[in-house]
Design a protein around this ligand. Structure first.
Ligand SMILES: *[C@@H]1O[C@H](CO)[C@@H](O)[C@H](O)[C@H]1NC(C)=O
Ligand SMILES: *[C@@H]1O[C@H](CO)[C@@H](O)[C@H](O)[C@H]1NC(C)=O
Ligand SMILES: *[C@@H]1O[C@H](CO)[C@@H](O)[C@H](O)[C@H]1NC(C)=O
Length: 976
């Protein structure tokens, strides 16, 4: 019956259309047709969804258009997520019967046309997720509006107060626009029929107006991500129909009022990242429909209401970063489909809750940084759904239930800093999705199972400070993704397996303080990505492989072994003698002895010759170092004389007007440097011109930067010295500087592959991009390390101020080096009193806060670095007309990601493939985090390095499901 009814309806409307299309030019419809065609003309329609909009057709036949069947007038335009762009034409004001304008999730831009006010029948206006700008016109004359959604655009100006006149509104969604800072208008309280109120991320400050608590029909209240202050009002209990309260990331204070428990329909509650304190009212435990409870990052204390253990719908629970204490409700999770729980960084004690995975639905279990004691309950052995298990930094002990070693989906298993004992079970081979296996600082023992070699996705293996014994399984060589391997402070024996060199991505290797014997494998010199090598305090014998010099290590420690023979000079320079102490048979060549006044023996003639003859390279480097020592000595004298007394050493053959300061061991002559030839010009930038120069004496190639002339740029000797002292493998080395009144030359190492910006857009044959994803990741990580070094390891910290892809240079092996650092900062010092902002940074890389503050912080570098990451991931330029007028790559990416589009569309199609896609998305997430608008929500560079190394595939999936990084509190719609 229903069917025949439907058919007949369809039949009637068909007749109706046939009838009308017989008179296509009837007056009314022609006006409407023209209005719609004009609307279409203003748009780009890449998917051709408006193909059916044709001159001679009746508008009711157009796709996305609905008409009133009796009058034949257009009542509805509904084009949801159709990739349309362009401006909304004022012509639609001719559609006088229009009740619904539904255009969400497109790329409509421009202002909201004032003519819209003529559509006085409008009931529904939904433009969410577009790119509209400007100040809203006063829409309060649209008295019939019931649903108004203008959220997620770029509207600006003051938050509109006219919304308070639209008393018919049922849903009001104005959040995520670019309003000026302001308060929530009191008159929103007039909207008595409102069920849905969304004002998130709208620069709102002040208190929540009391009038809002009169909106008794309200079901959703979302004022998250503003600067709302004041106490959490107990009047909230008047809103009896509330199912969802989102107040996270504000400045609310006070305790949660017990009256909250009267909201019996409440399903979702989020008060995270405020300044709330006190105990949670006991009654919250009685909210039987509660599904999501988030209160992380506050100052709550006391015990959790026991009622949480009785809940039946709870699936997300996050309270990390508070002061909760006492026992955890024993039944927590027993009756609910718990999926994600983060109770990290509190002071819970007693035994570890047993039922969290009772429904076999738990994916995220984070309880690090508490005082739980006793054993990890057996129940978790069956928790096959787990993706992250982090219970580090507790007082747990005993053996790990066997099944926990074999969680098939786990990507992170972190049991570190407890008192666990017993072996790693060989069934760990089944846990083959693991990225991070972190067991450090426990009492684990026995042999390491060879099955560790099955963890093909492992990136970090931290086993240090346990009681593991036996040999290192050579199967670990199969771990191609491994970047960090820590096994120090155990009781490992036998020799170092040379198979370890198969771990081609290994960056950190630490096997210190074991009983390892035998030789350092020769093949170690092939581990080209190795940055840090620590084999100290073992029983290693034999020579140090000469070829280790080829590695670009930034730290090495071989002390406390029984190594013998000559210390390769490059290693000695890099590690200093402390890296070799405690090896009585090691020696150094005589010449180096002079400079370091060493405790290490000088090689006997025969000893050193044995090793050096027949090896030209070594011979060469000895000669070089001898020369260098002499030259450095000379320079040191000159340098001191000059900078102390401002005198020039006449004995030297340099032009007395030139002041050369060398920070490295390179043989540089001043006259060579100042006679630069224009044909060797390799670049020009904001601070000067760069030339390539082949040094005559040494045959080395260097880059010389000639800073723009002008008396404003006087780099002081002390500043130069600071720059010269910076030594990091990812920071361009400054070899020397040459100063004369008004001119300054800086001599840097020469980078064969030029800068990253060019490399990203270069193609090699077959239109292949020059940089594949692996290289790009390496560049990202190296650059991050370099910046982290400037921010965290230099004293005082150095802020680069001009991080951009063209300031990241690449050597032969595509190792990145940051250039131009410090110059901007130094420039600032001598430009005192001038407008500094005009100097800092490059368009497209400048952090948004620079618009209103001149105070440069590390976080502005983080932002700029985020832009570089976006370039690496998308292959696009920071600024491009394609993004739209005045828009940049951040906006472009943000738009695609926020529209819930397929994230894959953002990735550079030239390098993406199934195998790297996931990694690229990880880096994309880091980039988004770095380019967060609020500086204090951006991670610092140490954290960025960690993220790039550890990048966890699911870090954003649940807001706050992980307490490691601030700023995760921002919900992103990325799903991994
Ligand atoms: C506006 O449209 C989007 C997309 O269809 C929808 O998710 C949203 O709920 C709508 N807004 C309102 C207030 O109904
Ligand atoms: C809005 O309402 C106020 C009083 O509630 C009134 O004074 C004002 O004129 C109204 N604005 C419009 C545009 O109707
Ligand atoms: C509020 O909703 C009720 C019931 O739907 C309706 O009768 C009333 O007219 C609405 N109020 C306004 C101001 O539109």
């Amino acid at each position: 019956m229903a069917k025949s009814c439907f058919l007949s309806l369809q039949f009637i409307s068909l007749l109706f259309f046939l009838f009308l299309s017989a008179f296509p030019l009837s007056f009314g419809s022609n006006v409407e047709t023209q209005a719609l065609l004009e609307f279409k003309r203003q748009l780009k329609d890449p998917l051709n969804v408006l193909d059916s909009w044709k001159e001679l057709d009746f508008p009711c036949m157009f796709s996305g258009i609905t008409c009133d069947l009796t009058s034949g007038k257009v009542t509805e335009i509904s084009l949801d997520n159709k990739s349309l762009s362009g401006e909304i034409s004022p012509s639609i004001s001719a559609l006088e019967s229009l009740t619904t304008l539904w255009l969400p999730s497109n790329s409509f831009s421009g202002k909201l046309p004032l003519e819209l006010l003529n559509c006085s029948n409008l009931r529904v206006l939904n433009l969410t997720g577009n790119e509209m700008v400007g100040v809203f016109p006063d829409l309060s004359s649209l008295r019939n509006l019931e649903i108004l959604d203008l959220s997620l655009n770029y509207f600006s100006g003051r938050f509109p107060t006219w919304v308070g006149n639209l008393t018919g509104l049922i849903a009001l969604s104005m959040g995520q626009n670019e309003y000026d800072e302001g308060e929530i208008p009191e008159n929103i309280g007039n909207l008595k029929n409102l069920t849905y109120l969304f004002l998130a991320d709208s620069h709102l400050r002040g208190e929540i107006p009391e009038s809002i608590f009169g909106l008794w029909k309200l079901e959703t209240l979302d004022i998250s991500r503003n600067k709302i202050s004041g106490k959490f009002s107990k009047s909230i209990s008047k809103l009896q129909k509330l199912t969802k309260i989102e107040l996270f990331v504000n400045n609310l204070t006070g305790e949660i009022p017990p009256e909250l428990a009267n909201l019996t329909l409440l399903r979702e509650f989020d008060i995270s990242s405020n300044q709330m304190y006190g105990k949670l009212p006991e009654g919250i435990g009685n909210l039987k429909y509660l599904k999501v409870f988030q209160a992380y990052d506050n100052n709550f204390s006391g015990e959790l209401p026991a009622g949480f253990g009785e809940m039946q719908h709870l699936d997300g629970f996050s309270i990390y970063g508070n002061n909760f204490s006492g026992d955890f409700p024993a039944n927590f999770g027993r009756f609910s489909p718990l999926n994600s729980i983060d109770i990290s960084e509190n002071q819970f004690s007693g035994s570890f809750p047993k039922f969290l995975c009772e429904s076999r639905n738990l994916q995220y279990l984070l309880a690090l940084g508490n005082s739980f004691s006793g054993e990890l309950p057996d129940s978790y052995a069956e928790c096959k759904s787990l993706i992250r298990l982090r219970i580090n930094k507790n007082k747990l002990s005993g053996q790990i239930p066997d099944g926990v070693w074999a969680l098939p989906l786990a990507s992170v298993l972190d049991l570190s800093d407890n008192n666990f004992s017993g072996p790693i079970s060989p069934i760990i081979g089944l846990s083959n999705r693991l990225n991070l296996l972190i067991l450090q600082n426990n009492r684990f023992s026995d042999q390491l199972p060879s099955e560790l070699g099955k963890l093909r996705n492992l990136e970090k293996l931290s086993l240090q400070n346990n009681s593991f014994s036996g040999e290192i399984p050579s199967e670990i060589g199969a771990l191609k993704q491994l970047s960090s391997l820590h096994m120090e402070e155990n009781s490992l024996t036998g020799s170092i397996p040379s198979k370890l060199t198969d771990c081609t991505r290994l960056v950190n290797l630490n096997l210190a303080s074991n009983y390892l014997s035998g030789q350092i494998p020769l093949a170690f010199s092939l581990m080209s990505s190795l940055n840090s090598l620590n084999l100290s305090r073992n029983e290693l014998t034999g020579l140090i492989p000469e070829d280790l010099e080829k590695l670009k290590l930034s730290s090495i420690d071989l002390s406390g072994n029984q190594l013998s023979g000559r210390i390769p000079s490059v290693l000695l320079t890099m590690g200093g003698e402390k890296a070799f102490l405690g090896n009585t048979e090691l020696c150094i060549v005589e010449n180096s002895k002079n400079i370091i006044n060493s405790k290490i023996n000088v090689c006997q003639g025969k000893q050193s010759q044995e090793q050096t003859f027949g090896d030209k390279f070594v011979m060469f480097s000895i000669i070089i170092s001898a020369l260098v020592v002499a030259f450095a000595g000379l320079l040191l004298v000159r340098y001191k004389n000059f900078f102390k007394q401002g005198q020039v050493d006449r004995e030297n053959d340099l032009d007395p007007n030139w002041r050369l300061a060398s920070f490295d061991q390179l043989d540089i002559k001043a006259d060579e440097i100042c006679n630069l030839e224009e044909e060797n010009l390799i670049g020009k930038g904001g601070t000067g011109k760069v030339y390539r120069l082949d040094l005559k004496r040494s045959g080395c190639t260097v880059a010389v930067k000639q800073l723009w002339k002008g008396d404003v740029l006087k780099l002081s000797a002390a500043e130069m010295e600071t720059l010269g002292k910076i030594r990091h493998r990812n920071i361009l080395k400054l070899y020397a500087s040459l100063l004369q009144e008004g001119s300054c030359f800086l001599v840097f190492e020469y980078m064969a592959k030029g800068n990253l910006f060019n490399a990203l857009h270069r193609k090699i044959k077959d239109e292949e991009p020059e940089l594949d994803w692996y290289q790009r990741h390496k560049i990202a990580l190296g650059t991050a390390k370099g910046i982290a070094y400037l921010h965290h390891d230099c004293s005082p910290p150095i802020i680069h101020r001009d991080i951009k892809s063209s300031n990241i240079l690449l050597d032969e092996d595509y190792e990145p080096k940051i250039a131009d650092f410090g110059v901007a900062k130094l420039a600032e010092m001598s430009w005192k009193g001038c407008d500094i902002s005009s100097l800092a940074g490059t368009h497209g890389y400048i952090a948004p806060e620079m618009a209103y503050t001149l105070k440069v912080t590390e976080k502005s570098d983080v932002y700029s670095f985020g832009i570089v990451l976006l370039e690496l991931v998308t292959g696009r330029k920071p600024i491009d007309e394609a993004y739209g007028e005045g828009k940049d790559i951040v906006y472009w990416v943000w738009k695609h990601v926020n529209n819930n589009e397929n994230v894959l569309k953002v990735l550079d199609s030239k390098v993406t493939s199934e195998s790297v896609q996931e990694d690229m998305i990880k880096v994309l997430k880091i980039a988004i985090l770095c380019t967060t608008k609020l500086p204090n929500l951006r991670p610092n560079m140490r954290e960025v390095v960690k993220l790039l190394v550890d990048a966890d595939p699911c870090i954003f999936k649940f807001r706050g499901s992980n307490s490691e990084i601030k700023g995760e509190a921002i919900p992103l719609k990325l799903v991994c």
